[in-house]
Every structure is written in structure tokens, then in C-alpha cells.
Design a protein around this ligand. Structure first.
Ligand code: AMP
Length: 208
């Protein structure tokens, strides 16, 4: 089973994807995570994508599609949860050429809620644990519970970059839902402003 999770930044896609992995043993594939890993590797490609990501811009379809194609080849049999991809109609058309999609789930939140959630999101640069200074703070202010590293805010989680990403989301990513509707793929819309477990319960009911 291949599922696409669509939602604005901060909608909880990553959190819900993790829970789906535990329940259905699918592969969670996040293009954002894959690109951040490339950026961290310091490769020439990584340096290029790092600057684009920090500005809150979309990485070119050419680069992202190649990463997706490799992931599909590797994890197709297990089934994949696509998180953060496709983000444009062009990417949706590419994905159709390499994988069959069984369901699209949109997790809905308002822009104000997205900004509120993301601007309080911090993570550990070492173990990648994610914290939220409002809802899931580390035990000691500013320091990771697991390894004592100073937690940091992603460049693209700063407010100006978040606003840019939200406007890209409305302009470029939302139309993808109509694209799948026209192609008769099952679409589920879930209110993402509720507690994580309630959102997950509805998600599981939708997917059956
Ligand atoms: P995310 O973690 O999904 O919010 O992605 C972080 C950043 O990675 C985005 O702001 C883009 O710069 C880049 N990125 C992630 N997925 C894509 C995609 N499907 N197409 C283009 N750029 C992407």
C-alpha cells in the first residue's frame, strides 16, 4: 500500500507517519529528511540543496524526483508513506509514472496554527529528536533529553521562511488533491488541530 500524506508544515504529518509505520510497517519516506541528510553529508549536491532549503524554497523537481525514484525502487514491496512529496503537480505526474497510489490523506490546520507550532519546533542536531517548546519541551531548557546537545531551530522554521512555505503550500500543493480526485484516488481529509491520538484514530479508520 502506498499512501501520500499532505498537509501544511506543522500539520503533524511526520508524527502521524511514525505512528502509521508502527501500526502498518510501511516505509516512511520524507523528502525533507532525505534532502537534509544529503545537505548534512556536505556533498556538492548537499551544499546546493542546503542553501535552497534554508531560504524556504523548493528544491528542483529534477533533484527530488531522482531521490524519489531510488526510494520507490528500494521500498516498493514494503509500501511507502510519502511525506512532503509530491508538492507540485509536476511531481505528482512523475510519481504516477513510478508508483501506484492507494490513498491520499490531507491533514488540515490553519496557517496561524502552523506558524504557532513551527516557530516553537526545535530539534537535536545529533540524535534528531524533535521538541516543541510549548507542547513537548525537553526536561532541561534548551538541551536534548537523550544526549545533552543544545537543541536548535531549523533555518526554514524561522517565521519568514515558514510564511513562504505556507504560501507555496496553498499555491502549489493543495491543487494536487484535485489532481488525485480527478484520477479517482481515495482522498481523506482529517482535522489536524486535534490531539495527536485523535487524529491518528481517524486516520486509521479512514484507511481501514
Ligand atoms: P519538509 O521537511 O517537508 O518541510 O521539507 C523541508 C524543505 O525541503 C522544503 O522547504 C524544501 O526546500 C525541501 N523539500 C522537501 N520536499 C520537497 C519536494 N517534494 N520538492 C521540493 N523541495 C522539497
Amino acid at each position: 500500500m502506498n499512501i501520500i500524506l499532505i498537509g501544511a508544515q506543522g500539520s503533524g504529518k511526520g508524527t502521524q507517519a511514525q505512528k502509521l509505520v508502527e501500526k502498518y510497517h510501511l516505509k516512511h519516506f520524507s523528502t525533507g529528511d532525505a534532502l537534509r541528510a544529503e545537505a548534512a553529508s556536505g556533498s556538492p549536491l548537499g551544499l546546493k540543496v542546503k542553501a535552497i532549503m534554508e531560504a524556504g524554497e523548493l528544491v528542483s523537481a529534477e533533484i527530488v524526483n531522482e531521490i524519489v525514484k531510488n526510494a520507490v525502487e528500494k521500498h516498493q514491496e514494503q509500501g511507502i508513506i510519502f511525506d512532503g512529496y509530491p508538492r507540485t503537480l509536476e511531481q505528482a505526474a512523475f510519481l504516477e509514472s513510478v508508483a501506484e497510489i492507494d490513498a491520499v490523506v490531507e491533514i488540515e490546520i490553519t496557517d496561524d496554527e502552523a506558524v504557532k507550532r513551527i516557530s516553537s519546533r526545535y530539534s537535536c542536531p545529533k540524535c534528531k529528536a524533535v521538541y516543541n517548546t510549548q507542547t513537548k519541551p525537553p526536561k532541561k531548557v534548551g538541551v536534548c533529553d537523550n544526549d545533552g546537545e543544545a537543541i536548535v531551530q531549523r533555518e526554514d522554521d524561522k517565521e519568514a521562511a515558514v510564511r513562504k512555505r505556507l504560501s507555496d503550500y496553498h499555491a502549489q500543493t493543495e491543487p494536487i488533491i484535485d489532481y488525485y480526485e480527478d484520477n479517482e484516488v481515495s482522498i481523506y481529509r482529517i482535522d489536524g488541530q486535534r490531539p495527536v491520538d485523535e487524529v491518528f484514530e481517524e486516520l486509521c479508520e479512514s484507511l481501514g
